[in-house]
Design a protein around this ligand. Sequence first.
Ligand SMILES: *[C@@H]1O[C@H](CO)[C@@H](O)[C@H](O)[C@H]1NC(C)=O
Ligand SMILES: *[C@@H]1O[C@H](CO)[C@@H](O)[C@H](O)[C@H]1NC(C)=O
Ligand SMILES: *[C@@H]1O[C@H](CO)[C@@H](O)[C@H](O)[C@H]1NC(C)=O
Ligand SMILES: *[C@@H]1O[C@H](CO)[C@@H](O)[C@H](O)[C@H]1NC(C)=O
Ligand SMILES: *[C@@H]1O[C@H](CO)[C@@H](O)[C@H](O)[C@H]1NC(C)=O
Ligand SMILES: *[C@@H]1O[C@H](CO)[C@@H](O)[C@H](O)[C@H]1NC(C)=O
Ligand SMILES: *[C@@H]1O[C@H](CO)[C@@H](O)[C@H](O)[C@H]1NC(C)=O
Ligand SMILES: *[C@@H]1O[C@H](CO)[C@@H](O)[C@H](O)[C@H]1NC(C)=O
Ligand SMILES: *[C@@H]1O[C@H](CO)[C@@H](O)[C@H](O)[C@H]1NC(C)=O
Ligand SMILES: *[C@@H]1O[C@H](CO)[C@@H](O)[C@H](O)[C@H]1NC(C)=O
Ligand SMILES: *[C@@H]1O[C@H](CO)[C@@H](O)[C@H](O)[C@H]1NC(C)=O
Ligand SMILES: *[C@@H]1O[C@H](CO)[C@@H](O)[C@H](O)[C@H]1NC(C)=O
Ligand SMILES: [Cu+2]
Length: 823
Amino acid sequence: MGFLTALSPRAIVASVLLLSSLAYDVAARPSPEPKADWVRKGPARKKMSNHIKRAIEGQSHTRRTEEVPCADVLAKPITAPKPNIWGQLTGEEISSVVDWLFAQEQFNLTVTEEAGPWDNTIQLVEAMWPNKTDALAFIDGDAPAPAKYAHVLLNNRATENPFYADILVGPLPLDNTTVSWEPLAFPYNKPSGDGKVRNLDADEDIVYEEWIWKISASIADITLDLWNGTALGLENDTLDIWGIDPLWQDNGRVIRWDGFWALSGDVFDAETLLPLGLYFVSDITGRDPSKWSLEGWLYNGTFYATTEEFREAYWSSCFTKNGPNVPGAWSATDHNGDVPPLDYNHPPTIVAPAGARYGVDHEQKYVEWMDFSFYIGFTRDTGMALYDIRYKGQRILYELGLQEALAHYAGNDPLNSGIAYLDTFYGFGPYAFELVQGYDCPTHATYLNSSFYVSETTHTHINSICLFEFISDFPIQRHTTNRYTSVTKNTYFVVRFVSTVGNYDYSFSYSFFLDGTISVEVRASGYIQSAYFAGNEEYGFRIHDNLSGSMHDHVLNFKADFDILGTNNSVELVTMAPTTVTYPWSKGKARNTMHLERSFVESEDEGRFNWAANQATQVIVVNEDVRNKHGEFRGYRVLPSTGTVHLTVLNSTNLANAGRWAEYDIQITKYKDTEPKAAHPYNSQDVHDPPIDFSKFFDGDSLRKEDLVLWLNLGMHHLPHTGDLPNTVMTTAHAGVHFMPSNYFEGDESRKTVNQVRINYSDGKTSEVQTFGQKTKAEDYNGTCKLVFEPVKADLWGYTGDIVVRKFPYDPNNPWFQTGSIV
Ligand SMILES: *[C@@H]1O[C@H](CO)[C@@H](O)[C@H](O)[C@H]1NC(C)=O
Ligand SMILES: *[C@@H]1O[C@H](CO)[C@@H](O)[C@H](O)[C@H]1NC(C)=O
Ligand SMILES: *[C@@H]1O[C@H](CO)[C@@H](O)[C@H](O)[C@H]1NC(C)=O
Ligand SMILES: *[C@@H]1O[C@H](CO)[C@@H](O)[C@H](O)[C@H]1NC(C)=O
Ligand SMILES: *[C@@H]1O[C@H](CO)[C@@H](O)[C@H](O)[C@H]1NC(C)=O
Ligand SMILES: *[C@@H]1O[C@H](CO)[C@@H](O)[C@H](O)[C@H]1NC(C)=O
Ligand SMILES: *[C@@H]1O[C@H](CO)[C@@H](O)[C@H](O)[C@H]1NC(C)=O
Ligand SMILES: *[C@@H]1O[C@H](CO)[C@@H](O)[C@H](O)[C@H]1NC(C)=O
Ligand SMILES: *[C@@H]1O[C@H](CO)[C@@H](O)[C@H](O)[C@H]1NC(C)=O
Ligand SMILES: *[C@@H]1O[C@H](CO)[C@@H](O)[C@H](O)[C@H]1NC(C)=O
Ligand SMILES: *[C@@H]1O[C@H](CO)[C@@H](O)[C@H](O)[C@H]1NC(C)=O
Ligand SMILES: *[C@@H]1O[C@H](CO)[C@@H](O)[C@H](O)[C@H]1NC(C)=O
Ligand SMILES: [Cu+2]
């Protein structure tokens, strides 16, 4: 189903938005809008809506009046030491690859806009990541930049057995005497090793048009009686139908369970709060709908093998009809309720009076703050990642970024029991929407764009990555004596992006601190996906009229490729353990006390483990060849900064081998070019034989003095309660990990900031205030700079949504606005 028709089975909301967007587009562009089949549809999170925002009006970074310009708040322009080899392809490069692909008869490609379910299309064109050995030779040595290739994903549907194929095309820039392609298989560990994975969604549109809506129509008498509504795939539907993800994949069969949901009927995206409690199961194996079969209905815990059986029971006198979930103020996110005291007054705000204290190379997406530097990469699957993170010129991490995010549900009904979203299927890149200044990030932040390929176009999310310096509400250091007090400000630097994958919003922040610490944090908000209440007590709190807050685990995997003083690294475990010792000085008495137990993670056989109870064990990435002058190994310690989790479910039936990465808190492997990622976005398409089975990484390699990768899981056991209505709040839907220097420096690096004070005092008098040369007076800012508070300086009318540029044929001068989301 293409873009224009994709909304028909969906929300009234979406169709209203579509109408306004069409009006805009027709006015703005003479050519008809292409059908953008860019949302990778899945059984549940399959929808996009579309809305149009005002034209770009320029953004306001300042919160000062014109007559008192202080320093420029924009990031200082700097030049990256080397080009960013983890960046994205240029528009010309993508266009040349797409042209070349269409010219190759063997691919038998159809333009997405014109493609049906039996046509081959281009799913993705992106920069291929370089192998680390080649990358290091370039960034650390004099070697030339690694050759540039395009990573292409073809969606081959012109066959009985549709499949996705990862291929490489290059080198870039394309030259028709040297260009070639090959299957991309080496990063994946599926036994067939051909870079292919089956596509279970090739007939997603047919499944709806020829199957789901017809089944729903066959019980319209019941849906009208139960809920005064129908789900027929029409614009005026008041009900919706969707189901499990991944599909059941057993014994060669492909089975889907679907459930009825109420459409919210207003502008709020509350559908996932409106389950109705009726489910049906279909065997949709193969591509011939005439061979598909409806295998039964489930309502209120009773299974009916046929529609006739269900209808007969339904209209019998003893049938119990349970009520619907109905949207209302409880499911809307707008202001609601009594305004708290003084809340109309503007809350405190942060300003950057001296301007940005960091530098950005916008072209190369390279950043420097204080003694830190790093490059930013961005991909369709996992959004933003950081590369070559250095402190004082010395690399700490080669790569730091998200790998996959899992939301694994459970329930007494087959729908909640069957859902285990692997979100890179949908992608974090396509849903990394524009950030709202002053809300998602401070107004003084620097914003970067990101883009992704879809359907022969590139979409650009404007201002979707933010960079800013902030100051904590607590100092990084303090001490008071009877003669002096010493305190140091805790300023830190943050790079952030937010991705709304369907009902849920994930905010990812990487922060850098004055003591050399780096942190990774994920926070979640948005609408929970809930369950119908009937019989679900064991799987969730009852949170509204007929609603259960369906229990689920969020597990998010991050790759942390450490390089501590080179790549010969080890992981030392230092445990604080209870012990009983008789000391020479203890007068022969045994003393119950504690001591340290030190060991190393020797090999991948010991490489998968959880945080120790009582946080007893320190996990430290060290370089055994580099001891500090006291004889201790220099290293970086990895420690959780909040509670964090791995998957509760053991050997998940839904995931089989597709989510093995979620099984432990910490997993350590020897770096291999053949193991660059923990997951493939289409692992869900073949859960028993996925492109990447993470558990196969653990094949006994030594982990002493090797290039190590830590695969860290952050997450939350989410048991939604009434406070998750209407949306989950980020205060506690939060998980994080710190990387802190451990015997790495000779002392605390934060002593180097002048933003500290020592106040001497005695006998009730201050005798000295030492500020170490800080600029503290207006004159320091040229005598003219005053902070003049003007509320709401961010130009929120400049929020625009995505910009789309056609790549085939390439038409860079006629961009248009179009924002897609999964609803
Ligand atoms: C090429 O694709 C078309 C559909 O787009 C299909 O009908 C045709 O059989 C395919 N040709 C080959 C050789 O696979
Ligand atoms: C190679 O590219 C040039 C233009 O760059 C074009 O004129 C020529 O026809 C191409 N040759 C082949 C064999 O495709
Ligand atoms: C049933 O739905 C129809 C159309 O959607 C509406 O006009 C009518 O008021 C509804 N009836 C009740 C009882 O809600
Ligand atoms: C919904 O739309 C269909 C087709 O346009 C129409 O036949 C039907 O009467 C409408 N239903 C309601 C309740 O408005
Ligand atoms: C149906 O749900 C009701 C709750 O409304 C419950 O009391 C009843 O036992 C259920 N009936 C069956 C047959 O499961
Ligand atoms: C379901 O919710 C409705 C309100 O929407 C309420 O009237 C009804 O009592 C609820 N059903 C049960 C079994 O609690
Ligand atoms: C982001 O994209 C907009 C629109 O194309 C452009 O005006 C702006 O300069 C871009 N920003 C950056 C930092 O590249
Ligand atoms: C890393 O270890 C290897 C042997 O495992 C050694 O040959 C190499 O010199 C070491 N590199 C450094 C920088 O110490
Ligand atoms: C996981 O469960 C499946 C199905 O019950 C079983 O065949 C398999 O051996 C289990 N694997 C592990 C690692 O426990
Ligand atoms: C990257 O490493 C893999 C695995 O060793 C190898 O197959 C591939 O050819 C390498 N890529 C390049 C560009 O050298
Ligand atoms: C203030 O206190 C510091 C630390 O005790 C001391 O070194 C310094 O001499 C004191 N200065 C004065 C003016 O008392
Ligand atoms: C101070 O302002 C003057 C005049 O506007 C300008 O020439 C000078 O460069 C400024 N100095 C600094 C440190 O900004
Ligand atoms: Cu949740």
